[in-house]
Design a protein around this ligand. Sequence first.
Ligand code: ATP
Length: 218
Amino acid sequence: MTLRPPIGILGGTFDPIHIGHLRPAIEAREALRLAEVRLVPNHIPPHRASPYCSSEQRLAMVALAAAENPGFVVDERELDRDRPSYTIDTLIALHAELPDTPVCFLMGMDSLLGLPSWHRWQELLDHAHLVVSTRPGWQPDYPAEVADLLARHQTQDSEDLHRHRHGHIWLAGNLPVELSATRLRALLASGRDPRYLLPAPVADYIRLHGLYRPTRGQ
Ligand code: ATP
């Protein structure tokens, strides 16, 4: 079967979405010639302290970011569920929906290092490739289980992600971006200007809705 070009999936809390999410995704799209990048905001149980914004607000910000990035779309499936969503469930669903399309799950190095704590993590590669972006502060100092996974699945040839629907890990040599949403929230809470750390329409939305203000008890 001739496969279609791969797509990228980037899941996250996106509280808020920022250039540490977007730059690696843009670079992965270019390097791997991804047909599209789907941004998938996670469902977070209401009783958890974080995120600071509601699902609707996180979704609105992700939609604003997608709107100014060609090839980026929003996938709301995890927000539509009324329980925490596991990545494995989303990847199984996509794998079934897209029978002739490789799916590349994009993640930062921090996520790869913590992968063994994910629900059914050993099955992720049965449904997708993993594309891992460098992230400052997170060295490729792998726990044994991750080292073993890499020994079995890592490829240096990005064309493998076009030739197969799943099963490969590719370490992206992206420009490192030293930013987290935690740091950005702290910056916003102290009243500083977030310009160039996130898309301008997202910064406008945050200002308009008074999000991440210290008065909200953060
Ligand atoms: P928080 O600080 O609230 O924990 P975060 O900035 O780490 O948030 P998430 O929404 O938790 O963002 O991250 C979603 C995905 O984006 C994860 O796979 C994470 O590794 C990746 N990511 C986030 N920031 C960066 C960054 N600066 N560089 C590379 N990958 C990143």
